[in-house]
Design a binder for this molecule. Structure first.
Ligand SMILES: [Cu+2]
Length: 140
């Protein structure tokens, strides 16, 4: 009787220990995941809105959204182009091009990887529709 009680206590203690170990392991894994892949990817889709092409955030539906990024962190921006003309996403600061998706053909998709070094205001635009497809990037 006494022995059975002791064994049960041991099993429970062991299970709790294992649970805590798994919890800390999953925390560590999710943390290193953030370090390896940077921030959550942003997805922008070219879209005709009231006759003008815009960059639309597929998560929020916002046109030409202000993007909030962190300094010294890799950010991937995925580009979708379901329109019938080519687009390109260029990231710039003070007129200087810092990153580009290259041309994204109609019905195709692309990607820009951007790692801002310093905090501040940056911009993004499409060179083919510079007055319609443009927005601000705030880096903190
Ligand atoms: Cu465009």
């Amino acid at each position: 009787m006494q022995k059975a009680f002791y064994q049960t206590t041991q099993i429970i203690t062991c299970s709790i220990g294992l649970f805590i170990l798994m919890l800390s392991l999953s925390y560590y894994t999710s943390n290193s995941h953030n370090i390896a892949y940077g921030q959550k990817a942003i997805q922008l889709s070219a879209k005709l809105v009231d006759g003008d092409f815009k960059w639309v955030d597929t998560a929020t539906g916002k046109s030409n959204p202000t993007l909030m990024l962190k300094a010294n962190t890799d950010q991937i921006i995925n580009i979708l182009n379901p329109t019938d003309t080519k687009h390109q996403l260029i990231i710039d600061q003070n007129g200087k091009q810092l990153a580009t998706s290259g041309d994204v053909a109609p019905g195709s998709s692309g990607q820009v990887s951007f790692k801002p070094i310093t905090a501040g205001a940056y911009g993004y635009h499409c060179p083919y529709h510079p007055t319609m497809m443009k927005g601000v990037i705030q880096v903190s």
